[in-house]
Design a protein around this ligand. Structure first.
Ligand code: HAM
Length: 427
């Protein structure tokens, strides 16, 4: 006997859940349009090597990877950015920059299923390609903020850092990239002490360990204060200082352009994905303790894939988690709208009922035709249960005179109406 439940971590979306998800997706599309992003649709299945290149150990180990019948090692995409980078170095190689690329769809990670964590989940993904300027970073923050505002979400904040700060110290301490990645993974998992001892094991100086400790500790809402504080500690780590200054520029730009969102500056935070080279951020809803979005700058990915140097910055929003946040913050809209049930009293008037249904649908009215052959009372009971707003009852005698009965399901009032007056009565 076949198993009839969905595979663990996969979900069916029925009526309301599907509506909520599609609503959030539609708002993402509206935001994409407002910010000048073009949609690209990339395949769900990509070469494993492409997806694995810089996704980071955490995601790499959790990919749905397999060999197809042709023996190719492939995987279901765990994110969009690798596919976008593939496009940047191939088909879109010679397109004028910047490119603003937008996608929505499902992603797959073999994560442990729990609240807000699924093995198949949805993202809206935005990438600005070809600019290394801080205004490109600020645009990504701006559109993310705009998206949340449009959804009615008010309680969320941006946790913001810059990978250049930590990587700058580690590079100056001659710690090679692979080892840096291991440290970043520990930081992503918030294992600060282990990260520090690992850095020391890798031969970093005592002084650098002190500086790192200070960077990990420094966090706060006042960005200028936090960044000034760590800048002092970073003396002689020139590229880390440059990273702090870059972050300062981005945040000042947001402030000066009146972009107001809550921030928590956390210079010691890292993200699981390995391709980031600059500003990184996550967006957190207070009730959830999990990110509803995340992104950052990745200036080296195109080169890694054999293309020319192409700076880029982007973000992905977790649509499933946004739906959860909207439920928690009570911003989910009512999806109720006018639905009309057409109920023929007897079989001989079914063709007239279908004609009328077609006429009303042409006027944009949603019509559910009674297709179960039920008696009027039963059909009305069912219409009531399903929150249908109006019922049109078609009887053989009335229809002969060009009339039908219109029943308002909310106040139960009924009237016998000329068919010509129906549209007017319904609108
Ligand atoms: P990410 O942080 O791995 O970044 O994912 C972005 C968002 O996807 C998360 O903040 C979360 O809301 C949602 N998400 C991730 N895993 C799950 C899961 N198992 N279940 C439900 N939701 C999940 C990226 O994917 C990068 N590609 C973002 C990016 C674009 N960076 C630059 N450009």
């Amino acid at each position: 006997m076949a198993k009839l439940q969905p595979v663990r971590g996969m979900r069916d979306f029925l009526s309301t859940d599907a509506k909520k998800l599609r609503y959030v997706e539609q708002i993402a599309k509206d935001v994409a349009r407002l910010y000048g992003f073009e949609e690209v649709i990339t395949p769900l299945l990509e070469h494993f090597d492409l997806l694995a290149a810089k996704s980071g150990e955490e995601i790499r180990a959790r990919m749905y990877a397999f060999r197809d019948l042709g023996g190719r090692k492939v995987a279901l995409r765990p994110e969009f950015t690798a596919s976008i980078a593939r496009l940047i170095v191939t088909t879109l190689r010679n397109k004028p920059k910047p490119l603003r690329l937008f996608s929505t769809g499902t992603l797959y990670r073999y994560d442990e299923p729990q609240f807000g964590r699924y093995r198949e989940f949805w993202q809206s993904n935005f990438e600005v390609v070809g600019s290394s300027r801080p205004e490109a970073d600020a645009e990504i923050l701006s559109l993310t903020h705009h998206f949340m505002q449009k959804l009615g979400l008010r309680k969320y904040w941006f946790k913001i850092g810059h990978v250049g700060i930590l990587r700058g110290i580690l590079t100056d301490e001659r710690i090679e990239e692979e080892r840096q990645n291991r440290v970043m993974q520990l930081l992503d998992a918030k294992r600060w002490d282990e990260a520090l001892s690992t850095v020391e094991q890798f031969g970093a100086s005592k002084k650098s360990a002190m500086v790192l400790k200070a960077v990990f500790k420094a966090k706060g809402k006042d960005s200028s204060k936090v960044l000034a504080q760590i800048k002092k500690k970073l003396k002689n780590y020139d590229s880390s200082v440059a990273a702090v200054e870059n972050l300062q520029q981005i945040l000042e730009l947001c402030e000066e352009s009146n972009l107001k969102f809550n921030t928590l500056i956390e210079p010691g935070f890292a993200r699981g994905l390995e391709y980031y080279t600059g500003m990184i951020f996550e967006q957190i809803a207070p009730e959830m303790e999990i990110s509803i979005g995340g992104g950052g700058r990745y200036d080296k990915l195109a080169e890694l894939f054999g293309g020319k140097s192409t700076p880029a910055v982007g973000v992905a929003h977790g649509l499933d988690r946004i739906v959860l946040a909207m439920d928690k913050q009570s911003t989910t809209p009512e999806f109720s709208k006018q639905v009309v049930a057409i109920i023929p009293i007897s079989d001989d008037v079914i063709p007239r009922a279908m004609q009328l249904a077609l006429q009303l649908r042409k006027e944009g009215i949603v019509v559910e035709l009674e297709v179960m052959g039920r008696k009027v009372a039963r059909a009305l009971q069912d219409a009531n249960r399903r929150k249908v707003t109006h019922a049109i009852i078609i009887g053989p005698k009335e229809i002969e005179k060009g009339k039908v009965t219109l029943r308002n399901m909310r106040n139960h009032q009924q009237q016998l109406l000329d068919i010509e007056k129906l549209f007017e009565a319904l609108s």
